[in-house]
Design a protein around this ligand. Structure first.
Ligand code: CP
Length: 310
């Protein structure tokens, strides 16, 4: 694997290999006081973030450090981007300085793909850490790792993705990855928060959360992305919460074994009740924990495995 830009088109065998590596790394490091492997010694990983992040940036940094890579964090707000430097010049500068891998988050859909084209010549790997409303492939991989842990195989499992699908790169990456791994995906959202062309995606669509919950194996609540809703928010926050929030009462509609996921950051009380987020059915903290092992696995497949240059 040379880059990780999207789950749309990702070979299911490769996705499964990354998940298996993450699982192996998790078990190797379990209970170890010093979590350090020599695998990426001498390699340089740079995170380049043009949007805010807690989970993705920190877990990539920890992942790189646990594999002994040198990890450097560049945030657009404190770099020469603030002086007007373009994304292309910034990326070429990082590659010239010695980056083996650039992990990029950017508000423009397609930014990671463009970066991979500009960095083809220096041969630097690119990971998409979220580009606009397009994709967030490592989030989908860590979600799949968490679901595999709780449910076993994802084949024929029914997963509901609920809420602001329109603006969600997490939803888009999950739709493609879950479908590739054999799961059935149902999108549950108000018509105003579904993307144009939803009929071409490998999903079914519902507007009735209460009707869907009894038949799912997992429910993935999405963040409402107010920062991308320049024309206002319809339905209102209150209407949204009533129709699409995962309340304690609604949680009782779920089968006993069903898993509750949220990529974070959560709007407690609106998207999900605190009691649900903190309940035994919730795998939200495990998602974050698995994020480190999945990102270690991604770096391994990009920079260290036999197929790294493919
Ligand atoms: N899930 C996710 O991408 O979180 P951050 O924005 O905190 O990285």
């Amino acid at each position: 694997m040379k880059h990780l830009l999207a789950t749309d088109g990702l070979d299911p065998a490769l996705a499964t290999a990354v998940l298996d590596t993450a699982d192996e790394l998790k078990h190797t490091l379990l209970g170890r006081e010093v979590k350090k492997l020599p695998t990426l010694r001498g390699r340089t990983v740079i995170t380049l973030f043009y949007e805010n992040s807690t989970r993705t940036r920190v877990s990539f940094e920890i992942a790189g450090k646990w594999m002994s890579a040198d990890v450097i964090n560049v945030s657009a707000s404190s770099s020469s981007v603030n002086k007007g430097e373009s994304l292309r010049d910034t990326a070429l500068t990082l590659a010239a300085a010695g980056a083996d891998c650039v992990i990029v988050r950017h508000p423009a859909s397609g930014a990671a793909q463009r970066l991979s084209e500009w960095l083809a010549e220096p041969g630097t790997s690119v990971v998409n850490a979220g580009d606009g409303t397009h994709e967030h492939p490592t989030q989908a991989l860590l979600d799949a790792a968490t679901l595999r842990e709780r449910l076993g195989s994802l084949k024929d499992r029914r997963i509901a993705i609920v809420g602001d699908v329109l603006h969600s790169r997490v939803a888009r990456s999950n739709i493609h990855l879950l479908a590739a791994l054999g799961a059935e995906v149902v999108l549950v959202a108000p018509p105003t928060l579904l993307p144009y062309g939803v009929e071409s995606l490998p999903v079914t669509v519902s507007h009735d959360l209460d009707a869907e919950l009894p038949a799912v194996d997992a429910v993935m609540m999405l963040r409402v992305q107010a920062e991308r809703m320049h024309g206002g928010f319809f339905p209102s926050a209150r209407e949204y919460s009533i129709a699409y929030g995962l309340s304690e009462k609604r949680q009782k509609l779920l089968p006993e074994h069903a898993v509750v996921l949220h990529p974070g950051p959560m709007l407690r009380g609106m998207e999900i009740a605190s009691a649900v987020a903190d309940s035994p059915a919730s795998a939200i903290t495990e998602q974050v924990r698995n994020g480190v092992h999945v990102r270690m696995a991604v770096l391994y497949h990009l920079l260290a495995s036999e197929g790294a240059a493919a």
